[in-house]
Write a protein that binds this ligand. Sequence first.
Ligand code: NAD
Length: 314
Amino acid sequence: MHAHPVGKIGVVGAGLIGRAWAMLFAQAGWRVDIFDASTAALDVCMQEIATMLEDLHGAGLLREAQENILARIQPAATLAQACRDAVLVQENIRETVAAKIEIFAQMDALAAPDTILASSTSWIPASSFTEHLAGRARCLVAHPANPPYLIPLVEVSPAPWTSDAVAQATMALYAQIGQEPVLVRKEIQGFLLNRIQGAVLNEMLNLYEQGYASTVDLDKVMKFGLGLRWSFMGPFETIDLNAPEGIADYAGRYGHTYAAVSRTQAPNSWNPDVISKIEQERREQLPQDALQRRARWRDNRLMALRRHQKDQPT
Ligand SMILES: NC(=O)c1ccc[n+]([C@@H]2O[C@H](COP(=O)([O-])OP(=O)(O)OC[C@H]3O[C@@H](n4cnc5c(N)ncnc54)[C@H](O)[C@@H]3O)[C@@H](O)[C@H]2O)c1
């Protein structure tokens, strides 16, 4: 832990993701200036950060007094202030190509030439909103999972023109604040996490739509089956251990069956009629007005899991 701030990070957009980034950087010793187009959003953000810190403290996940961490985060009156002297500016505004083009043009004009400009976008490759910028070599995507202070993955996805030095420095910076960066070697819509999540959801929707199981039982397959292992090792490592001689042995035994099954796995169109049936089943399990309470419960479970993972490094 740094006794003194090590430098400054700019955060743009103070919603769900922006405020989580602000807290993560501050927790690692960085000063943070956070800007939002709405001053009301900035007020909510500062209150929410205090609540997140309280929860993390309660879960034993903070190594420093909450007040010290909070004191490093300043609301910025302008975008220019957020960008000034920043080592990196993390952008977290709304998810449209037009909005990203506009904000990146402003950030590129305002930030010093060696400031890294990173977007939290979930789906949009950096080349869609940085192509015409003078400073496009210092721009890239750094996509977190939600909530980023409990799920440490960050997908670093450079555009074809992002410099290797910027990509490497960005990876090192996220590692320094305790996140787990992965490099997306070539641009692709949805990066890695959402594509993999999409593949699982695609199959779950197909199995439900074709009448093979209920939503509750399909969720149980993950919760009491696959998800248990997958919370500490990935599917490649899982199958490497599921045959005596490792992954090639596994593929020799079961590869042809997986390949045959994959030929029956059609794309799902997310049919609104099917979604409304799933909605009905979900609301029987969890009424609408209990969604927020359950999300807080989820975060508490994640905190316990993170504490366990930190005690048992992989
Ligand atoms: N919510 C998630 O699960 C999640 C996960 C990973 C990444 N992301 C990505 O993070 C980004 C932000 O998502 P979110 O869920 O935090 O959204 P959000 O709606 O909670 O917050 C967006 C904030 O941006 C502000 N804003 C809008 N335009 C602005 C501008 N021009 N300048 C400054 N501030 C502006 C809004 O006032 C709002 O406070 C999106 O690109 C999203 O795809 C979201």
